[in-house]
Write a new protein. Structure first.
Lengths: 275, 377
């Protein structure tokens, strides 16, 4: 592909910011710094950000890091996992007022981020970089770059601020079904799957539902035994029989003694390499 | 207590040096009384003196260890000082033994045969022994005093540093950077789009900053002022969160003048916004209510947010809550307390409730704080 192709006539962008005034402010500043940019969606939380981005395929996403529901980082994670193969991944710019942990992880990767209040000069520089990258038109580099950055972030921040107060290891899960509480030893669990406000706990014999989030559960598990392979999936490493990579970068996992196939996302595909 | 950070040998070397100086002084004194024998006096002095010091210092450490074992709460003993009673015995016994031994050694080196003449020998023995005792008492006293002074200085320094650190952490937990920069970002937008609203917001920010930065200078203020500061903070948050944050402040007239510790409720209100309402998609309501219940004052902060334990609490939050508990305990011991629990009604969320004796702050504390404030102003 020739590198001197001009950027699309109307580049598109998504703004995810929970504070209405700040979203309007960023929109106004962008209108000044990048008159050609069309804002296709403005959303107020992380879940809508991922959903809208996947639906509208903008060229650029401005994601506030701290938002209700899912954070901007989690929105980027969901996008990177679910983005269709071959389609151009948006350039991502994180916006934050003050988020040491997130910035530390991204600083090393030289990712784009803006601090609030956004200074016009800083925004101009950011816009210039974005336009240049769009003009280069390398559809897969943006995705690869974001995946790299997210891996660095996920690796650097197991719970970030709470990391130093690691909760004790969980031995037994208590899953209640009506008046009965099932005691499920963690040793028997094959995998955990996030399902809305619950986590599905799968053992060789049966499934249980527990009312917690994967994010809360994860620090209480032994990370050498249980691998996160998707934002909503944590699998016991010993239970995996084979891992098969497809051309899109996804990895399909076959478990010992279970019929189902699980999918590891491209964010975690690097865990499965021949030795 | 971290009184002396310097290693053990450090103090030992210093005391050794002092001993040598004391020995020189004794030798000079003896030379003044008995001229022409400076070399000899110095020899005896330099042999007997250090022996006395070793005996006294060793005895001191042994005695201190014994005392510390019997009375573990005795800080001085733990740091090597058994008290003057023990030291008197240590000095008398230690110096007598060390002097006798030292005299024999010095006699042998100098080639002087011990005198056989009873009275002469006694005089030759007794006076320097007395001198050694006096010198030992003086040197021990000096060491002890110096170390006490150094320890007290270090303690005062440590206390000052701890107070400054604590004050800084209070300030950091109140001036949460995320809140501050987001507020400034909102202001920046408003300046361009809605200058009168920007001014109103700036006034709230100024009042909030003034209260936060000045809080460490006053220990108590009327409940009315406490509610005004909370109103400032919540007005700032309402600009940011819009309709996601609904506020209800409920302060009955008869409670307005009650003195409460400054910004006691602030951490609870921030907590409710940060970990209750901000993470909730639709936001919710925040209620701050003051009530008198017989001889108790009850202050509650309730939100209809995500509930306790859902959003991970940062260091600042934990510190803020610990501060509230500490301040209550310092003022009222176990007669006051803070409870943090899930709300039991259908709306959910969290309730933080402070209970303390009525009147909230003892009048003595409140009135004592005023003149100090005026003096500083």
């Amino acid at each position: 592909m020739p590198s001197d192709t001009p950027e699309p006539a109307r580049a598109t962008a998504l703004i995810a910011e929970d504070e209405t005034l700040l979203a309007e402010g960023l929109r106004a500043e962008l209108a000044r710094a990048w008159p050609g940019l069309r804002i296709v969606a403005t959303v107020g939380n992380g879940a809508s950000a991922a959903r809208e981005a996947l639906a509208r395929r903008p060229d650029v996403c401005f994601l506030d890091i701290r938002m209700p529901g899912a954070s901007g980082l989690e929105a980027a994670e969901a996008m990177a996992e679910d983005w269709p193969e071959g389609d151009r991944f948006p350039l991502i710019v994180f916006v934050t007022a003050y988020d040491q942990y997130a910035l530390q992880a991204f600083d090393a990767q030289a990712a784009d981020y803006l601090v609030k209040p956004v200074e016009p000069a800083r925004l101009d520089a950011c816009v210039a970089r974005l336009r240049q990258r769009l003009a280069e038109r390398a559809p897969q580099t943006a995705l690869a770059r974001t995946v790299e950055q997210l891996r660095a972030w996920l690796g650097a921040s197991p719970g970030a601020p709470a990391a130093h107060a690691a909760p004790p290891r969980l031995e037994v899960l208590q899953a209640s079904v009506g008046p009965t509480v099932h005691m499920v030893p963690v040793d028997e669990v094959l995998y955990f799957e996030a399902a809305d406000k619950y986590v599905r706990v799968v053992t060789a014999e049966r499934d249980h539902l527990i009312r917690t989030s994967l994010r809360e559960l994860l620090p209480q598990l032994d990370e050498r035994q249980f691998w996160q392979v998707h934002r909503s999936l944590v699998v016991r490493a010993r239970a995996i029989e084979t891992a098969q990579r497809d051309e899109s970068g996804k990895v399909f996992l076959k478990l010992r003694g279970r019929p189902e196939r699980l999918t590891a996302s491209r964010l975690y595909a690097h865990l499965f390499r021949g030795m | 207590m971290t009184a002396r950070p310097s290693p053990l040998w450090h103090g030992f070397a210093r005391r050794g040096a002092y001993t040598v100086v004391a020995c020189l002084a004794v030798a000079l004194l003896l030379t003044a009384m008995q001229p022409r024998h400076f070399g000899l006096h110095l020899l005896y002095s330099l042999i007997i003196g250090p022996l006395c010091w070793l005996a006294v210092d060793g005895g001191r450490l042994l005695a201190a260890r014994r005392v510390a074992r019997r009375h573990p709460q005795d800080v001085a003993a733990r740091e090597g000082w058994p008290g003057w009673g023990w030291m008197a015995a240590v000095i008398v016994v230690g110096v007598s033994v060390a002097y006798t031994a030292g005299l024999a050694v010095a006699d042998a080196i100098a080639g002087i045969a011990p005198s056989t003449d009873g009275v002469g020998a006694w005089r030759r023995f007794a006076f320097p022994l007395l001198l050694s005792l006096v010198a030992s008492v003086a040197v021990t006293g000096t060491f002890h005093l110096r170390e006490r002074i150094a320890a007290m200085r270090a303690e005062a320094e440590a206390a000052r540093r701890a107070a400054a650190e604590s004050q800084l952490r209070v300030l950091q937990s109140q001036l949460e950077p995320h809140m501050l920069f987001n507020t400034l970002a909102n202001l920046r937008v408003l300046i361009g789009t809605d200058p009168p609203r920007a001014q109103a917001m700036l006034d709230r920010l100024i009042a909030f900053l003034r209260a936060t930065l000045g809080a460490s200078r006053r220990t108590a203020h009327p409940l009315e002022a406490e509610f005004a500061r909370i109103a400032d903070y919540l007005a700032l948050m309402q600009v940011r969160m819009g309709p996601r944050l609904l506020v209800r402040l409920d302060l009955p007239d008869e409670l307005k003048a009650v003195e409460v510790p400054t910004l006691l409720l602030q951490p609870l209100v921030e907590n409710a916004v940060l970990h209750g309402l901000e993470p909730k998609l639709g936001g919710g309501r925040l209620e701050v209510v003051a009530r008198r219940d017989g001889e108790r004052l009850r202050l509650s902060v309730r939100d209809t947010g995500v509930g306790p334990g859902v959003s991970p609490a940062g260091d600042g939050t934990r510190f803020g809550l610990a501060q509230v508990r500490e301040r209550l305990a310092a003022l009222h011991a176990d007669r006051a307390g803070l409870r943090l629990e899930p709300a039991t009604d259908a709306e959910g969320g969290t309730v933080a409730c402070i209970e303390m004796p009525w009147p909230a702050a003892p009048p003595a504390t409140a009135s004592a704080a005023r003149p100090a404030d005026q003096a500083r102003a």
